[in-house]
Write a protein that binds this ligand. Sequence first.
Ligand SMILES: NC(=O)c1ccc[n+]([C@@H]2O[C@H](COP(=O)([O-])OP(=O)(O)OC[C@H]3O[C@@H](n4cnc5c(N)ncnc54)[C@H](OP(=O)(O)O)[C@@H]3O)[C@@H](O)[C@H]2O)c1
Length: 259
Amino acid sequence: MTRVAFITGASSGIGAALALAFAREGTHVAAFARRADRLRDLQTTVAALPAPHGDLLALEGDVTDPAAVANAVAQTLAHFGRLDIAVANAGVGQRGAIVEAGWRDLETLLRTNIDGVLHTVRAAVPALRQTGKGGHVFIISSVMYNLPSPYAASYGASKAFVSSLAASLRLELEGDGIAVTDVLVGRTATEFNEKRLGAGKRSGGGLPTMQPETVAQAIVQATRRRPNRLILRFFDRLIVLGNILLPGMMGRLAKRQYQ
Ligand SMILES: NC(=O)c1ccc[n+]([C@@H]2O[C@H](COP(=O)([O-])OP(=O)(O)OC[C@H]3O[C@@H](n4cnc5c(N)ncnc54)[C@H](OP(=O)(O)O)[C@@H]3O)[C@@H](O)[C@H]2O)c1
């Protein structure tokens, strides 16, 4: 039986690379995002892959709208007949002091990075259960999830929320045979930085940067190993460990980076 993956934020960056990687290895993809033109381009790219490949269903919608996400999952089931993998990937960044940041930016960040993940999980899990044991939820978090992040505090806190959610969700779903993988992504070359909300677009000068295809490949492989947590590089492991052992020092380094 061909596997089916539902991916939010599939119109660019990690989500688009993941949609392609899944389709290339024969998994059908339901690709959800607001930019329908980008999804159509992705559909054309997938259709041109060497056979055999998975198909791509383009689903235009906003992850902050629970009805739109539920409707997209229903369309996925109607089209492909099953759901095996759900990837809560859509997200935005934001920079600026906690007090001075515009509320509109903060609200967009919270509604997208927190509500969007909740809407995705709440819509997808019943469909995964319906398919049977072996389902998989991926939560796309960040190595910033446990980093004191002055001037990027709400973004860091939004990733702390989803990583915490992943740890609890895993226990809630273990009886269903559904795995939950918390993906702690490090700096990746996508549109993320240029689209970031709030102050200053400068970012990460000198930090090692991955390609979205590297993240995508690791996630595809993780559908077989089913790890609780996925950290791709040694550098990213160092950040996560440093945040545990030396949070004060890491916070000061982050302040220099983000201010
Ligand atoms: N790039 C990095 O360095 C990095 C590091 C750590 C974690 N991450 C995480 O990786 C994830 C993917 O980001 P990326 O780097 O691939 O950035 P990206 O290229 O900007 O992709 C973000 C995706 O989210 C979608 N999205 C944003 N708001 C949405 C909304 N309201 N409804 C539906 N879709 C929405 C965008 O699609 P539309 O605009 O078409 O809706 C786009 O497809 C995010 O959760 C991000 O926090 C990225």
